[in-house]
Design a protein around this ligand. Sequence first.
Ligand SMILES: [Mg+2]
Length: 381
Amino acid sequence: MRRDLLLDRIRGCLIGGAVGDALGWPVEFRSESEIFNQYRPNGIRAYDLNAQGVAEITDDTQMALFTANGLLCAETANRRDGRAKPPRGHVAAAYQDWLYTQEADFGPDAAIRPSGVSWLNDVEGLRHRRAPGVTCLKALRLQNAAPGNTEDYVKARLNESKGCGGIMRVAPMGLMDWPDIRALDYEGAQLAAITHGHSLGYMPAAVLVHIIHRIVYPRQPEAALKEIVVEARDTVSEIFACDPFLSELRRVIDLAIDLAEHSPDGDPDNIHRLGEGWVAEETLGISLYCALKYRRDFSAGVIASVNHRGDSDSTGAITGNILGALLGYEAIEPRWTERLELRDVIMEMADDLYACQRAAESGGLETPDWTRKYARGRRKE
Ligand SMILES: [Mg+2]
């Protein structure tokens, strides 16, 4: 049977991101001398499993799953109501459910009230704190205290943060089969801006969703990754043409392309030139460098993306999103998937994203199971 390329790419994007996240997590806050001393001689190249033999995922993957959950709720509501409302409100509601999973106490007296739109709330394995980003927690707590205060997060500028907590979770937006890629890019920025108000916090997210989308829904069958990156850079430059930080975003993207093509230096040195990845434009730059350089080798790309002194799980997650989408799930070695925490949940979400894109052909989203998952506690609008 001919494998379905779209399904393979969607699975590859979500699982690939989780693989990079899980590989990078044990070294997220470690210096390079610590990393290369502990994992001799070439750094971490295989999972450092927990006591239960599991490769743990972190907030990057958790929040990407909630992004997907929110997107599917929005798509389901739109199709049933015959509307085309942007999904940011549903995704912001899903992030409230993620925030709830980060509470130490899940009882009736918990300080955070979940919105209850996400079936992921039922997944016990998501109730772990894995160094969640402070900006995300703070922004979402504010929204929990005062819900429904905005529908335009880019304009609202909630704060001045350009941390990578916005970009690290938006890849599922790129998997949506929207006809207008500029609208898709802008929505990617909106999803990041739910928690990150600096334009360098949300413009890189728009670049990432553009790249993921063009990989998964190619205009020409054999478009090179570099061409897609350049197109993403230029489209996002048009969308945010007046932004004072656009030149910095373009500089990082161009440097990543140049280093991937021409630099004779080793990966850690090249990554240092791009930054450490704690802020979104650097996370994007490091991930683009690794994905472009290792565009035919998923394992080599994610390994390069985590062996540095910066935010290894986030650079690993985004590199994994891109390479997983590009090469497909079937190209990811079993050693990365066998011990991956919540692999079945991630696969289920990928398959639901796929079913949603194919719903027009397969007869819609009307099954009781779909309604239970994506039309629960429908938001009043
Ligand atoms: Mg993390």
